[in-house]
Write a protein that binds this ligand. Structure first.
Ligand code: PCD
Ligand code: CU1
Length: 806
């Protein structure tokens, strides 16, 4: 086809650039079972490692006897803390500035803690070896309730630091205290409360849960003695960070460490940190000279790798009688388990929890967070919520509902009254953030109109009357949630991991025939980066997305990046892609000018190439320019067309959304039905609307799981009672409600393509919507707050407590 017969729309459509519902290219291999996951990587002579784990949550280790295990056929080695001490690896640093045992050193601090690592020729032999290791324990008193962690007579958990007065984030008040973190103006906030006409105060707990990706955490380590090089295939959301950490703690030079994240079966924050399995496999490979694989099972994943939440938040709001908020005070008791292994940027011990003022214009606020140790597994990862943002959103969205209830106001009306107004952006929050952009009123009103909010409230009033008359046993709840997310960690001025600034990167190389490759510092775990990153390049460079390969996850070839979590890939790496592409386009313009024998400034970009201003027929496509770049570049200009960008974002991005959940609950059984769920998301410029919809569906499903039942629960003796999918709620298509999605577009003013993150938003907004629906349903019976998760049993208990059941 010649140029003239192809319309602009056709040229644009061919690119499948930004805004196109491009089908996910990675699904071609995934749907055919051709993905390549860690467990698919098999090396000759490969050994298998597995852990002896503690049945006790708190106990002293009197002795470990390996003799019988070493006699089990196939068992080659049994590693204990004593062995790791020889290479200075019995403990490892955590991302939060604490240290963590790799293998139990003298004592165990949580049930299923790693005690010894058995290496054998296959998994079965390793398992037999585990059973043959004899460990003698002496049980110690157990500390499970965080509210008792700082009691004068509480058992001291971390004897290694019991006399340390200062932790990584300042002074400690008790041997089981980790840090206190405060933000905001205390005096001004206290004054606001003294003057307040109306106040509310509630303990709002966000229970412990777990990301539980379908593929558990795993790795394969192979040490080449001759070259002195270590290669690690692993389920890493941040492969470069893992390489740096391994270099720092193993003393193997960083260029001799190769970290490869192949396909990953879901991450959700679970695969950000470093686990004992990685260290033990690496050591075992060095010791045996053979490749060693470690693959967690489900119980191990749920009970020992990083949990999420476990925040106990006491929220107070001060307001006027008319419902204008005047102050916010929040105290958080954060249960970190046995070690502070929170995966947050280094300077943020409670993540970005200070986004807790939410979408509202609080003139003043004060926040204090106390982190404490308990006999539970370490962790504290995002699980689809950036850093402690879901906790913050839940706290404020529940508290706003409680205030509305006290004022006798509709929760939507209260929110509309207190929203940050469009003209206030960029908005400086009382707790220190600068919100980049937002239009909350428009989003909320679109939600109200689409679902007929007023009609739903009328229906609810009728149902309540019918309930009181004894005509129905069903109660109806409307769960409103309006969240502001904070994603895109982050600007080097306040975000680093172990001292490495949280930029991200992209390297684009175009080939002579007009196709190319982009290599990234991010790592998709299912998000679809291979699809969407190519779309950004397609729009920026006029090359069809199908002609761009996207490669992630190999530290030898990818530019250094901080990885994928905290919905940071679009805000940070997405910007790096645009910036790298623009460098290429600038050079392409010089080449086009030379080809067209005209000054660069007389050219304009037009979809897929450069055109001479005012002379539309004089045009050079990017394809022509690519060829010329390798064939006849302008004199004095280097051949080739490639560029790299390391992008340090000037600010975070602040996506937001308006969600509504309509729920019916049968009081006699506690059984709930989600009748309707509407989710409006604003993530700025939308790269791939279909992927966004998929992200929202996934995030809402996880929010549903967490709010309605998913929990890591411990009994008083420290046993995990929800350690498998028999007890840990993992919704299937049967339980999962139908999702209605919608959007508005408020671009980020500082992002080169105006995009904000979206992957986490549905969890951040979804959890309060579900919980507010349950609480709203019960509110007319005199209840102000019912703790999550809202499973049938708890709903039934609430109904009983509130007198709905005789
Ligand atoms: N505006 C816009 C935004 C976005 N997008 C798209 O979407 C996605 C997402 O993004 P973002 O938001 O940026 O994010 P990222 O970074 O990429 O990722 C991350 C996230 O992601 C999510 N999602 C998902 N999916 C899947 N499938 N899988 C997984 O695993 C996951 N995970 C989850 C999580 S949890 Mo964390 O880690 O907790 O912190 S965080 C997170 C991608 O593809 C992109 O491109 C678009 O399109 N547009
Ligand atoms: Cu979080």
């Amino acid at each position: 086809m010649n140029e003239m017969t192809v319309t602009r729309e056709q040229r644009e459509a061919k690119l499948e650039g930004m805004g196109c519902k491009r089908k996910r290219v990675e699904d071609i291999r995934f749907t055919q079972g051709k993905g390549n996951y860690v467990d698919d990587v098999k090396l000759p002579g490969m050994l298998h490692g597995d852990f002896v784990r503690s049945p006790y949550p708190h106990a002293r280790i009197k002795s470990i006897d390996k003799d019988k295990a070493l006699k089990v056929p196939g068992v080659l080695a049994v590693l204990t803390a004593e062995d790791l001490k020889g290479v200075n690896l019995a403990w490892m640093p955590t991302l939060a500035g604490d240290v963590q045992m790799v293998l139990a050193d003298g004592k165990v601090l949580f049930q299923n803690q790693e005690v010894a690592f058995v290496v054998a020729t296959d998994r079965y032999a390793a398992d037999d070896g585990i059973n043959a290791v004899e460990v003698e324990y002496e049980a110690l008193p157990v500390l499970i309730d965080p509210f008792h962690s700082m009691d004068p007579d509480a058992p001291v958990l971390r004897e290694d630091i019991k006399d340390k007065k200062d932790g990584a984030h300042g002074p400690r008040k008790h041997p089981n205290h980790i840090f206190e973190w405060t933000v905001g103006d205390k005096d001004l906030t206290d004054a606001a409360f003294r003057k307040a006409e109306v106040t509310i105060k509630e303990l709002i707990s966000y229970h412990r849960t777990h990301p539980s990706p379908l593929e558990t955490c795993q790795c394969l380590c192979s040490f080449d003695k001759v070259k002195g090089e270590l290669t690690i295939w692993g389920t890493f959301q941040a492969p470069h960070v893992i390489r740096t950490v391994v270099a720092l703690i193993s003393k193997i030079p960083e260029h001799k460490i190769h970290v490869i994240s192949p396909d990953i079966g879901g991450g959700f924050g679970n695969k950000v940190g470093a686990y004992p399995g990685y260290i033990c496999s690496a050591v075992a490979s060095i010791v045996t000279g053979k490749p060693v694989k470690w693959v967690e099972d489900r119980i191990e994943n749920l009970t020992s790798t990083s949990f999420a939440r476990d925040y106990h938040m006491t929220a107070e709001i001060a307001a006027t009688k008319e419902g204008k908020v005047t102050g916010l005070r929040v105290h958080v008791l954060a249960d970190h388990g046995a070690f502070d292994a929170c995966a947050d940027p280094s300077k943020w011990p409670a993540g970005f929890f200070n986004i807790v003022t939410g979408s509202y214009d609080f003139p003043t606020a004060h926040l204090a967070v106390d982190g404490v140790y308990t006999n539970k597994a370490p962790g504290g990862v995002a699980y689809r919520c950036s850093f402690r943002v879901t906790e913050a959103a839940y706290c404020i969205e529940r508290a706003m509902d409680i205030l509305a209830q006290k004022l006798g106001m509709d929760p939507v009306e209260l929110r509309l009254k207190n929203f940050i107004r469009p003209e206030q952006f960029p908005y400086h929050s009382a707790l220190g953030w600068e919100y980049d952009s937002g239009d909350y009123h428009t989003a909320m009103k679109k939600m109200m109109e689409t679902v007929d909010y007023a009609g739903l409230r009328r229906e609810q009033a009728e149902k309540r009357d019918a309930f009181k008359r004894g005509e129905t046993r069903e109660i109806m709840g409307l769960g409103v949630s309006f969240f502001t997310e904070i994603v895109g960690a982050g600007p080097s001025k306040n975000c680093d991991i172990l001292g490495i600034a949280m930029f991200d990167s992209c390297e684009i190389r175009l080939h002579p025939t007009g196709s190319g490759i982009a290599r990234m510092g991010t790592k998709s775990q299912g998000q679809g980066h291979e699809t969407t990153w190519a779309q950004i390049i397609a729009t920026e460079l006029g090359i069809p997305a199908d002609d761009i390969t996207v490669e992630e996850g190999n530290t030898d070839t990818a530019p250094y990046g901080l990885g994928t979590y905290g919905s940071r890939s679009t805000p940070v790496a997405g910007a790096a892609i645009a910036m790298a592409a623009r460098k290429i386009r600038a050079k392409a313009q010089m080449i086009a000018a030379y080809m067209l024998e005209i000054h660069e400034d007389d050219l304009e970009w037009d979809i897929d190439g450069f055109r001479v201003k005012g002379l539309p027929e004089k045009f050079k496509s990017m394809k022509d320019i690519c060829w010329a770049a390798y064939n006849a570049p302008p004199p004095g200009l280097e051949p080739g067309l490639e560029a790299v960008s390391y992008y340090d974002p000037p600010n975070m991005t602040y996506p937001f959304g308006a969600y509504l959940c309509v729920m019916d609950i049968d009081v006699d059984t506690g059984v709930y039905k989600v009748r309707r769920f509407y989710a409006l998301d604003d993530c700025g410029t939308r790269i791939n609307p279909m992927i966004i919809e998929g992200q929202v569906h996934g995030g809402l499903t996880e929010a549903f799981a967490i709010a309605m039942g998913q929990e890591i629960r411990y009994d008083n003796d420290g046993n995990v009672v929800t350690g498998s999918f028999m007890d840990f709620f993992m919704p299937t298509a049967v339980e999962t409600p139908h999702w209605e999605t919608d959007f508005t577009v408020t671009p980020s003013p500082h992002h080169p393509i105006g995009a904000k993150g979206v992957g986490e938003s549905p969890n951040v907004g979804g959890v309060p919507a579900f919980s507010n629906a349950v609480n709203d349903a019960f509110s007319f019976l005199g209840s102000t707050h019912i703790q999550m998760p809202h499973d049938f049993w708890r709903n039934w208990q609430a109904a009983k407590r509130l007198g709905a059941i005789a």
